[in-house]
Write a protein that binds this ligand. Structure first.
Ligand SMILES: Cc1cc2nc3c(=O)[nH]c(=O)nc-3n(C[C@H](O)[C@H](O)[C@H](O)COP(=O)(O)OP(=O)(O)OC[C@H]3O[C@@H](n4cnc5c(N)ncnc54)[C@H](O)[C@@H]3O)c2cc1C
Length: 303
């Protein structure tokens, strides 16, 4: 029995893990300037830099640690977004990922979390990974629904609030979870979805060798738009072409995508601007602090 087990472990080691990291390109809502909102109260995406969603970087680091530990493992970034989102696939490659897929199609536009999860789940199915690692939450949509919804649609087990993937043995993954009041260590069989918290290890920086290796990586649309003549390099090195998948590539039902597939309806978006009359200037005297506490209790802000 022990012999069979050790043989199985060896096979796992030889085979390596196929890991997919879900990553979203988001507007940097942490650096909101005066142009960040339009007059109608919607986000002015053009005025905010587009970044790798922070918790997705934590997710990538967990994936790269598995790749370091289990020989032969591969890490692919999957992102759904406009053609510009290929930037974060390249960024992932500069940090150690092997490649990625850009899920992009006009028919995905306007998707809420349900439609987004549907599209992503179809792409994940096609990629057929052992582990899917996502961030807990995107800083723009902020719902934390996509990871769990993708797992649900694929009928997979899921471990949320992950802080550290501790080990994988016999196709069972053990994960430390960070909860509000402490930690918990749980195990689950693969294939599995793991969503990672910001409390997990920070993502490693770009690696100079990887930057040299992947600096010419371009998505199919970027290749069509480019005036650069890198066609020869790409014929010799197909890993530099970032594939783009649309509705037909993942065999999606259009009715379940975009606005038609999105039961969430945004009724109203409000831009809340604090006015000077809502501000109080306080000194550090006991009298001022007592006055503030009294006011907060009276208007039920605390109690
Ligand atoms: C009615 C409605 C219409 C919308 N229309 C648009 C629109 O036209 N354009 C638009 O950009 N947004 C639109 N959104 C927002 C969009 O639906 C959400 O941003 C998206 O569903 C992801 O949800 P989230 O940001 O809350 O992600 P969360 O659930 O907080 O994300 C959790 C994790 O899932 C993964 N993930 C999430 N999104 C992606 C992704 N796109 N690719 C890869 N991984 C991902 C990441 O790992 C992330 O950390 C709309 C939302 C609603 C409600």
């Amino acid at each position: 029995m022990a012999l069979i087990l050790s043989k199985l472990l060896k096979i796992r080691k030889m085979k390596g893990l196929k890991i997919v990291v879900l990553a979203k390109q988001v507007p940097d809502t942490r650096n909101v300037g005066k142009d960040a909102m339009k007059a109608d109260g919607t986000v002015n995406r053009g005025a905010l830099p587009a970044i790798f969603n922070p918790e997705d970087l934590n997710a990538l680091e967990q994936a790269l640690r598995l790749k370091d530990r289990y020989e032969g493992s591969t890490v692919s970034i999957l992102t759904m977004g406009p053609t510009r989102a290929s930037e974060i696939i390249r960024e992932g490659m500069f940090r150690g990922a092997d490649g990625g897929v850009l899920l992009t199609d006009r028919k995905f536009a306007g998707s809420d979390t349900l439609a987004t999860s549907y599209a992503i789940s179809l792409a994940v199915k096609k990629m057929n990974p052992d582990i899917i690692i996502a961030g807990r939450q995107a800083i723009d949509g902020d719902t934390a629904q996509v990871g769990p919804q993708v797992a649900d649609k694929l009928g997979l087990n899921q471990i949320t609030y992950a802080e550290e993937i501790q080990e994988i043995e016999n196709d069972v993954i053990t994960v430390k979870r960070r909860l509000e009041r402490g930690v918990e260590v749980v195990s689950g069989p693969m294939p599995i979805m793991v969503t990672v918290n910001a409390s997990a290890a920070e993502c490693r920086s770009r690696n100079a060798k990887a930057v040299m290796k992947f600096k010419h990586a371009r998505s199919v649309t970027e290749l069509q738009d480019t005036t650069e003549d890198y066609i020869d390099i790409r014929t010799e090195r197909p890993e530099l072409v970032i594939p783009e998948w649309g509705v037909t590539d993942v065999d999606a039902d259009v009715a379940e995508l975009g606005l038609s597939g999105s039961p969430t309806k945004v009724k109203k978006i409000e831009n809340v601007v604090f006015k000077a009359k809502e501000a109080m200037v306080l000194s550090d005297s006991d009298a001022d602090i007592n006055e503030l506490m009294k006011g907060l209790i009276e208007n039920h802000t605390i109690g």
